[in-house]
Design a protein around this ligand. Structure first.
Ligand code: 13P
Ligand code: SF4
Length: 310
């Protein structure tokens, strides 16, 4: 298979023969976003997975996202180009430790961020994503105390927005926790007209410099609507592709992490490539599978999220 192979054309052809839909997250490389049928944030992708009529779902994202698609479509073939595309946030919340944490707070209503394993989801009352977290927490009965997992930064942001006190699992994302406040401030000084938009998985010290905080889709909508011409974007740099596409006349500057790099990419998301996407469709593997009992247990909190998001 030479470098001259036209993956785009081959993938389009396989899409037709398999009756497949390709769902891609904004953090995927640009070529994958361009070949996908639908590009979205984790909520929009879960909603797209829930309503698809395709026989095969090819998920270009990370493991927990493909798991969500499988839970919502137990009878369908769900493919993930690289099964090792995990998530640090999900990995930092092992199910056994989460069970013990939950047992210490037996009366609490459990809200879990979608960036968690199916086993953690199965122990939850409702799931949320970064775009609906405030809406979901606002719907938890007022008399119930809340346990929120696994992202502490999103949790803190939601506490501020809703005024609800929550017990937080101390998790974080290796991509969003390393944005440097110092380098962000330096960038703001160099670009005094720029608006700062940030994902709520960032630390509070970074978020306090943001003009707008939201999910990847929220950030995209905001920059496209804003009358400003320049933006500092504090999230994974893959989102810049859709921003630049939607507003080629505007300037988008990726915020720098504290590791010396000029922008920040999720190492898990970037495991997927056009070649792996092509191969997984050609060979119908790797397939995302889950034990039936786990699948069934994780469905109810996910369905509750979809209902509460309407
Ligand atoms: P979104 O909910 O904005 O898609 O975020 C997903 C994610 O993994 C952020 O790191
Ligand atoms: Fe997980 Fe962070 Fe990558 Fe999102 S950016 S998939 S939270 S490691």
């Amino acid at each position: 298979m030479g470098a001259e192979m036209d993956y785009e054309r081959e993938i389009q052809e396989l899409k037709r023969t398999l009756n497949a839909v390709i769902l891609a997250h904004y953090y995927q490389e640009s070529e994958i976003q361009d070949v996908a049928d639908f590009v979205g944030d984790s909520l929009a992708l879960a909603q797209a997975a829930a309503r698809t009529k395709a026989d095969v779902i090819v998920f270009c994202g990370v493991h927990f996202m493909a798991e969500t698609a499988k839970i919502l479509n137990p009878g369908k073939l769900v493919l993930l180009p690289d099964l090792k595309a995990g998530c640090s946030l999900s990995d930092r919340c092992p199910p056994a430790a989460f069970r013990a944490f939950k047992e210490k707070h037996p009366e609490h209503f459990v809200v879990s961020y979608v960036n968690s394993s199916a086993a953690v989801k199965a122990m939850s009352d409702v799931i949320c994503t970064s775009s609906n977290a405030v809406k979901i927490v606002n719907q938890v009965p007022k008399e119930r105390q809340i346990l929120f997992a696994p992202d502490q930064h999103l949790g803190r942001y939601v506490m501020k927005q809703t005024g609800r006190d929550m017990v937080l699992w101390p998790g974080s994302c290796i991509v969003h926790e390393i944005f440097s406040e110092k380098r962000l401030v330096q960038l703001k000084v160099q670009h005094p007209e720029a608006e700062v938009v940030a994902h709520p998985e960032c630390e509070e010290a970074v978020l306090r410099h943001a003009d707008y905080i939201g999910s990847t889709k929220g950030l995209l909508d905001y920059v496209l609507k804003s009358p400003k011409r320049e933006f500092i974007v504090v999230t994974e740099a893959g989102i810049l592709h859709q921003m630049q596409r939607g507003a080629p006349e505007k300037t988008f500057i990726p915020a720098p992490p504290d590791n010396g790099c000029s922008c920040n990419e999720c190492p898990y998301m970037r495991l997927n490539t056009m070649e792996k996407l092509y191969r997984c469709m050609r060979d119908k593997t790797p397939e995302l599978t889950l034990p039936a009992d786990l699948q069934a247990a994780a469905l109810a909190p996910l369905q509750r999220m979809l209902e509460w998001s309407q």
